[in-house]
Design a binder for this molecule. Structure first.
Ligand code: PGA
Length: 262
């Protein structure tokens, strides 16, 4: 399977000019090998213009609303995103859950509406606190947290909604491992791989989803990305701050491409 690298730019950069220049540089550096897919999720205002600057990268949005149109001040609908050229959408990022009180119920509505509109959903899940993960109890608690999120966020979703394996992607992002707001220390690759195996097993057993890609996110950089991706079950990475530095992101892409098969 292709490996997926998603750049979550968050609320950066500050000007459209910088955004276009960064997108163009990233696009130019994408290897011709077709064993990876690179997605950039810029802030909404840059989406459409970036679309005309790039040829290899795919576009994603960082959020979406669950209604298609109407009196919802400040919101952006799934169909609008599709019309702007977005193929992917990140849903349920921990920063939105924490800072904007986004609940699992809201995340669930966003997942359903985005899938209906034909967007590929990148659903973020992850436990808030670093437990004593070397001890089995810590891993057990983290797994129950993630399981509860998946149950709530995917309520009402069945195999029939997932048109192709890429319609739903899960990003496992332990909140404590995210560089901004967290301790900024990545998860141990073997622990992340274990959680990703658990997520896949859960999706297979409860949703009959046998091939849902699961990414790792949280302080990914060019020196550690290979350690995560060496595990076959890790289908890619969601990259925050390191995706804003062109050279660093280019190295991440090269590293992933070198471990990915066709
Ligand atoms: P980070 O962010 O790579 O800066 O830790 C990841 C994310 O929040 O998606």
């Amino acid at each position: 399977m292709q490996k997926l690298i998603v750049a979550n730019w968050k609320m950066n950069p500050i000007s459209a000019k910088e955004a276009f220049s960064l997108a163009k540089k990233i696009d130019a550096g994408i290897p011709k090998k077709k064993n990876i897919e690179v997605v950039i999720a810029p802030p909404f205002p840059y989406l459409e213009c970036i679309k005309y600057q790039v040829s290899s990268i795919k576009l994603g949005a960082q959020d979406v609303f669950w209604e298609d149109k109407g009196a919802y001040t400040g919101e952006v609908s799934p169909t609008m995103l599709k019309n702007l050229g977005a193929e992917y959408v990140i849903v349920g990022h921990s920063e939105r859950r924490r800072l904007l009180n986004e609940t699992d119920e809201m995340v669930n509505k966003k997942v359903q509406a985005s899938m209906k509109a034909g967007l590929k959903v990148i659903l973020c899940v992850g436990e808030p606190k670093r437990a004593t993960r070397d001890m089995r109890q810590g891993i057990k608690e983290a797994k129950s947290f993630v399981k509860r999120q998946l149950q709530r966020d995917l309520k009402g979703i069945s195999k029939s909604h997932v048109a192709n394996p890429m319609s739903l992607i899960v990003a496992y992002e332990p909140i404590w491992a995210i560089s901004a707001g967290g301790a900024g220390k990545p998860d141990k690759p073997e622990d992340a791989a274990e959680m990703i195996r658990f997520i896949k097993q859960f999706l297979t057993t409860h949703y009959s989803l046998l091939a849902t890609p699961v990414l790792y996110g949280g302080s990914v950089n060019s020196s550690n990305v290979r350690n995560f991706l060496q595990y076959e079950e890790v289908d890619g990475a969601l990259v925050g701050s390191a995706s804003l530095k062109h050279q660093e992101f280019k190295k991440i892409i090269a590293a992933v491409s070198s471990v990915a098969y066709y």
